[in-house]
Design a protein around this ligand. Structure first.
Ligand SMILES: Cc1ncc(COP(=O)(O)O)c(C=O)c1O
Length: 468
């Protein structure tokens, strides 16, 4: 044995490191209410703190962990805080956090059922629960991806396979060269990651773009015209939850129009699909089950840890044709059907299903509905209270959990208010440009946000505005 190996083996045990990590975690969580919601340290400061020379020999794992916490924690945004409203980012439910810690300890490779039966079974059950909650076809296949970006890619790969097969082309065997052209029809206000997925699938970026209304909802008349203008294989990418306004496309109408042209409908529902879990908001996604594929995130509104998205396809054969891998050393075809790697572009990967299973089991059907309702009602409260602030203008109809607000006539005022709120450390929200105007974008996606958090944040915003 080399001396480095000897030193390494003499170091602290895994159990001691887990205990120390638990102590650090407890301290972090206990300090959360008083912590700056924005990272106290900049990237440059955190980089300087982490950037030590690569050690020549081993360092005791406890020392490594302690040093990592000291250097990294100032650069951590308190996304778990009830006053974090940036992007569309949920917190972490306690049960999901516990499951996530065990996922690290178990260190399963979730690719294969034969190797990781528990990881595969947790995904199987969590997938079924998700389909039930979201009102999607029970026979749909589900892949646990890194997020909605990869879920979009996966589902659109399935769409590509099926629409080309219907035109007599086997894209899995022959690729895209010489294939019948596929019309990709998208709404003007699609999420940018839809374009990324389409580009990676060889569809380029010159799509048929349909107009949207002032909240980003696709125009049914525009869609009808766009589809009637051509013929042949077509994929329509629709949306549940516009990232700024939260608006949902008229999904039933979109599906009916698309299906009249034999087009595949994919719904990007990164967060908006969760409206389906609430009796109060389900009407927003009426007809969603008529689509052929869907993508959503567990790491947003379901409040699981990163990373976890879901690629859901009503046609499992098309799904598997797009993503399943074949190799001589893998279990036989039939056994492989339930292998998690059949449904995602990845092979080896983290066992994402444990945290999703734990989140759903801890909340139950009613808990998920309440989570959605609560976030939406907080968003409504934000809008009502901010609308009463002199100089503030709420720009969207708050139908879900997203609020767009602007201050004064000059973009600079809104930017200054956002900068001041961030600097206060009291709350975090990101900005956007909506219809050519700068706006503060408030997303209420965290399970732990309370009415007091909303009121405290409104007070901080008011103060920032009055001090300008
Ligand atoms: C509508 C929509 N689609 C796709 C995405 C991308 O999701 P992810 O970051 O999980 O890949 C987002 C992220 O906010 C989104 O809001």
């Amino acid at each position: 044995m080399t001396s480095a190996q000897e030193e390494f083996e003499a170091g602290s045990t895994a159990a001691a490191v887990v205990r120390r990590a638990a102590a650090h975690a407890e301290a972090y969580l206990a300090a959360m209410p008083d912590r700056s919601v924005a990272p106290p340290a900049t990237y440059a400061q955190t980089l300087a703190a982490l950037d030590v020379p690569l050690p020549t020999g081993p360092t005791d794992p406890l020392d490594v962990l302690d040093a990592l916490v000291v250097a990294a924690e100032p650069g951590v945004a308190a996304t778990g805080s009830g006053r974090f409203f940036g992007y569309v980012i949920g917190g972490v439910l306690p049960a999901a956090l516990g499951a996530e810690l065990m996922t690290g300890v178990w260190d399963q490779n979730a690719a294969f059922t034969s190797l990781a039966p528990a990881a595969s079974a947790a995904e199987e059950v969590a997938a079924r629960w998700n389909l039930d909650l979201l009102g999607l076809p029970p026979g749909a296949s589900v892949g646990f991806t890194t997020g909605t970006t990869m879920a979009n890619l996966t589902a659109l790969a399935a769409a590509r396979h099926r629409v080309l097969a219907a035109a007599g082309w086997d894209v899995a065997a022959d690729g895209l060269t010489g294939a019948p052209p596929v019309r990709i029809v998208v709404g003007e206000q699609r999420h940018v990651t839809v374009d990324a997925a389409l580009r990676m699938l060889g569809f380029g970026s010159r799509h048929v773009v349909v107009d949207v209304d002032d909240h980003g909802r696709i125009s049914p008349a525009g869609l009808r015209t766009a589809l009637a203008a051509g013929a042949g294989p077509a994929i329509v990418v629709s949306q549940a939850g516009e990232v700024n306004t939260g608006a949902v496309n008229p999904l039933r109408e979109v599906c009916e129009i698309a299906h009249a042209h034999q087009a595949w409908v994919h719904v990007d529902g990164a967060f908006g699909l969760w409206a389906a879990a609430s009796t109060k908001y389900r009407h927003l996604v009426d007809g969603v089950e008529l689509a052929q594929s869907w993508s959503t995130d567990a790491h947003k509104w379901l409040n699981t840890p990163y990373d976890c998205g879901l690629a859901i396809v009503a046609d499992p054969a098309a799904h598997a044709a797009a993503t399943a891998t074949r190799a001589a050393y893998l279990p036989d075809e039939k056994a492989r059907e339930r292998d998690p790697f059949t449904w995602t572009p990845e092979f080896s990967r983290r066992a994402r299903g444990f945290a999703v299973y734990a989140a759903l089991r801890s909340l139950g059907r009613d808990g998920v509905a309440e989570l959605v309702d609560r976030c939406c009602s907080h968003a409504r409260r934000f809008a009502d209270r901010l609308a009463a602030v002199r100089g503030a203008q709420v720009l969207n109809d708050v139908v879900l959990n997203q609020v767009l607000v602007r201050f004064g006539d000059d973009d600079a005022v809104t930017n200054a208010v956002m900068a001041s709120v961030l600097a206060s450390g009291e709350a975090f929200m990101s900005g956007t440009t909506w219809r050519g105007r700068t706006a503060m974008r408030i997303s209420v996606s965290n399970w732990s946000t309370t009415r007091e958090d909303v009121d405290r944040t409104v007070a901080v915003i008011e103060k920032a505005l009055s001090e300008l």
